[in-house]
Design a protein around this ligand. Structure first.
Ligand SMILES: N[C@@H](CCC(=O)N[C@@H](CS)C(=O)NCC(=O)O)C(=O)O
Length: 389
């Protein structure tokens, strides 16, 4: 989550180097440098420093900051230590296919996907992405996490499929679970991505992301009304609950720094990234996310005391769960997994401790966690998964 600001820091460095290289585009900047130098000259006239010395000093300063910036960028880009961070064995057999999740460990969208993979018992590998360089995503046009890659073989042909966006990935996995006779490479065609350029920003839309696709062998006997409720609440998670997270996790500079130290341990950044990268992400990320939390707070009308908005969202959620054990009855479904993922993303942070201490969502959260950790979704298929151990 720290990426946007960090990236803009790096692009400042790029803009800065462009200024050095391209004299034509640099007039306004050069003008303000000249003004600054003149002011410095006037102020230092009587201090014994000559104008020539100031210019030499300024040039050295300028060149070294560009050089340091470039070195930092190169260091961050080239010090990824290992591709796969870890592997989860799962309990279902998906044949000759390998699933890899490209993620940030503490990203709420990635937590939704991990909750789903674990609940259904899929085997998968995890690649921890560097939130600044995102070099692990170089293979993809889509520059956000989570990205799920499925490599496999159909007949004699190898395939490599990419699923982007947490809700889309969850829908695709659920579709596969409900109808394992439809291979994932066939399912992927049901989830087109539309890429649009908005100014300098590339925006992706996935129109079918909340839809589960049903083939001929439907193991889902819910009514259309129940399915549409499920879509509505999954959307609520993405559009309401998610926005209460950053103003709470990064509420103060101190909570923000504590959160990043925790994320570093949880994501095993020490193992996955070099020390300069890790320290840079922890400290720059903590500062950046503190300010981003404030922006999100304003944009999404989060209450002055941001905890109130988080607790209210959890009240709404508990009302939706009602008297049952889970939203979907006696077993969790995609909505439970989405809410669980969102809350799980900041377990270990002060905001999570506060929430668990004072809110009744705690019992539901622990129930859901147990179902996920013991892969209860694998039993939901109506038939046993292909090769159950
Ligand atoms: N709608 C997407 C949102 C994904 C998203 O915003 N991911 C963040 C991390 S929490 C990200 O990759 N940000 C990097 C960036 O925007 O450059 C989903 O549900 O997967």
């Amino acid at each position: 989550m720290a990426a946007p600001i960090c990236r803009s820091r790096l692009s400042n460095i790029t803009i800065f180097s462009k200024f050095i290289r391209n004299g034509n585009d640099s007039k306004p900047i050069r003008h303000s440098f000249n003004k600054t130098f003149c002011r410095a000259y006037n102020q230092t006239r009587n201090t014994g420093l000559s104008w020539r010395n100031i210019r030499i000093g300024a040039s050295i300063g300028l060149l070294s900051s560009v050089f340091a910036g470039k070195m930092m960028k190169d260091a961050l880009a080239t010090t990824e230590l290992r591709p796969a961070s870890r592997t989860e064995k799962g309990i279902i057999d998906i044949g000759d296919q390998n699933i890899t999740l490209y993620q940030f460990q503490s990203c709420p969208y990635c937590c939704k996907v991990r909750a789903t993979l674990d609940f259904f018992g899929f085997p998968y590998s995890v690649v921890e992405v560097n939130s600044i360089t995102k070099s692990q995503l170089n293979f993809s046009d889509y520059k956000k996490v989570p990205v799920l890659v499925v490599d496999g073989k159909q007949g004699d042909t190898d395939f490599s499929l990419q699923f982007c966006d947490s809700s889309l990935i969850m829908s695709a996995l659920a579709s596969y679970v409900f109808d394992q006779n439809t291979p994932l490479n066939k399912l992927q065609a049901c989830y087109p991505g539309i890429k649009e350029q908005k100014g300098r920003k590339t925006v992706w839309e996935f129109p079918n992301k909340y839809f589960i696709m049903y083939g001929d062998n439907i193991a889902d006997n819910r009514s259309e009304k129940e399915r549409s409720e499920e879509r509505k609440w999954r959307k609520w998670v993405d559009e309401v609950l998610m926005h209460t997270i950053s103003p709470n996790v990064y509420r103060t500079p101190r909570e923000s720094l504590e959160a990043f130290h925790h994320f570093s341990d949880w994501g095993e950044w020490e193992k996955n990234f070099s020390t300069p990268t890790r320290l840079f992400v922890v400290y720059a990320g903590a500062v950046a996310m503190y300010f981003i939390g404030r922006i999100v707070k304003k944009r999404h009308n989060i209450k002055d005391n941001s905890r109130e908005s988080l607790y209210e969202a959890c009240d709404t959620w508990m009302e939706a769960v009602g008297s049952g054990l889970f939203f979907h009855g006696d077993k969790p479904g995609l909505v439970d997994l989405s809410v669980y993922g969102a809350l799980h993303s900041f377990q270990g942070c002060q905001a999570f401790k506060d929430l668990m201490q004072c809110h009744k969502v705690k019992d539901w959260y622990e129930r859901t966690e147990e179902q996920i950790d013991t892969h209860q979704g694998a039993m939901l298929l109506g038939k046993k998964p292909a090769h159950h151990p």
